[in-house]
Design a binder for this molecule. Sequence first.
Ligand code: NAD
Length: 318
Amino acid sequence: MKALITGGAGFIGSHLAERLLSDGGEVVILDNLSTGRLENIQGLRGDARFQFVRGDIRDTSLVQLLAAECDTIFHLAAAVGVQLIADDPVRTIETNIGGTETVLAIANKFGRRILIASTSEVYGKSESIPFREEDDIVLGSTSLSRWSYACSKAVDEFLGQAYYQQYGLDVVIARFFNTIGPRQTGRYGMVVPRFVQWALTDEPICIYGTGAQSRCFCYVQDVVDAIVGLMQCDRAVGQIFNVGSSEEVSIKQLADRVTELTGSRSVQEFVPYEVAYGRPIEDMMRRVPCTERIRNTIGWTPKTNLEQTLRFIIAEHR
Ligand code: NAD
């Protein structure tokens, strides 16, 4: 099998590429390197079954050329990161909606099964914990600062479902919750790599808001297992799946654990969101996935707990 991974030079995509190659497949990555990095895929270059193409998902003729010679498409390319989407909402919408529409139309032209990477942010400010796939997704009730990302991903889901319903295209939608692991950078506001870097250099750990907001962090290799399993499962086609861990931790507790595991002397500083981001940003207090659907469909549950995952990340940064 030959897979096209859009956004494959990014954090999740590069781990997915490694997995598909180690399973004996062939991989083509299309990435414009906006947030992705060549270092992420350095180890793959030189493998005859691997090809990297620098380009944009909105380049129709390029995507056509690549999709024509692949069997499946993992569509992960997107504008991501709290800071980036707040600074550049127009690019976020253009990439995430326009780009996804291009990739879907081409997948449909060649009849390729496609996975669309969505996000827990489509649940907006819902307080109905845990979030279930059948819940309403709350387009109107997400804060303006996050609207471009949450809503563009929600539109991607609608687009994917429209192609499935109208043309019978094999579309699988994965709503990722917070995913962490080696290669994730703190440059775009990702909390875990930042905390680890600050802790290892004994710098103050900046906690935005009160730190009472919580997240469920899932190890990237577990997320890759989920993606690969879903794409191999005919029953997954046409459905939406939460992909995440149920182990919930507050951001303050996360800072405590990172400090403990690194033996850091960092102090904790609480910084208001508007100071941190230069504009008011409303955060969701909790994001907890219900993972019954994916468990019942492909038998997936995360294998790696938060502590093990933090140890892997700390080892990478040391
Ligand atoms: P990432 O930034 O590391 O990966 C995204 C990749 O897409 C980057 O390599 C970037 O260069 C590429 N890209 C962006 N715009 C492009 C364009 N126009 N053309 C070609 N390439 C382009 O982020 P990630 O964490 O690996 O995220 C992968 C996917 O998973 C994204 O769709 C993201 O929305 C989704 N997601 C991630 C998380 C998470 O916690 N990491 C959570 C929810 C959803």
